[in-house]
Design a protein around this ligand. Structure first.
Ligand code: T46
Length: 151
């Protein structure tokens, strides 16, 4: 019988891709109205909404990952930059439009920075707040991303 040659290697678990979503925008002489419908304009049922405002100059937020939460980040006014890191590479998104949303799937280490003064950021999420869904330590995050498997 042939001997089995197995080795232990680490693989990155696959992640869904982030993407910019476009929302309907009704513009008339009175201004602009945008709307978002769950499962139609965002790919999940919206269970919770939170918003961030009054961010002091130079402050950043985030620096954590979510194990299973889906989110869409919408800038109602102002602008900011979102960094999404999958443990191997980092992509940055500059957001400033109320008719767009950044779809952030679970599993990315995220950071929000460069808030312009007066920025208001609305976040639609797929679940209620759950402290156990967060990974707040980057080394722990890398260990969570790299699964040991036998090959
Ligand atoms: C994310 C980034 C982009 C609650 O009690 N309920 C909530 O729904 C949220 C979002 C937060 N909290 C509490 C938990 C902390 O005691 O509010 C405090 C601040 O939360 P955190 O430090 O997580 O805030 P950010 O801005 O660093 O992160 C937030 C979201 O938590 C997170 O999901 O992806 O924005």
């Amino acid at each position: 019988m042939d001997a089995l040659n197995l080795e232990l290697v680490c693989v990155l678990q696959p992640l869904e891709s982030p993407k910019l979503l476009e929302f309907p925008k009704i513009a008339d002489g009175r201004s602009c109205l945008c709307f978002v419908e769950a499962r139609k304009h965002v790919p999940f049922d919206i269970e919770r909404v939170y918003y961030i405002n009054d961010v002091p100059y130079g402050e950043s937020r985030g620096s954590h990952a979510h194990k299973s939460l889906h989110q869409v980040i919408i800038i109602l006014s102002g602008s900011l930059t979102v960094d999404l890191d999958d443990g191997e590479s980092l992509k940055s998104y500059q957001l400033s439009r109320a008719d767009q949303g950044l779809f952030c799937p679970p599993g990315y280490w995220r950071n929000m920075r460069e808030f312009k003064s007066g920025t208001v950021c609305l976040v639609l999420t797929s679940a209620h707040y759950d402290v156990y869904d967060y990974i707040r330590d980057y080394d722990e995050y890398l260990a969570w991303r790299h699964h040991p498997v036998l090959r």
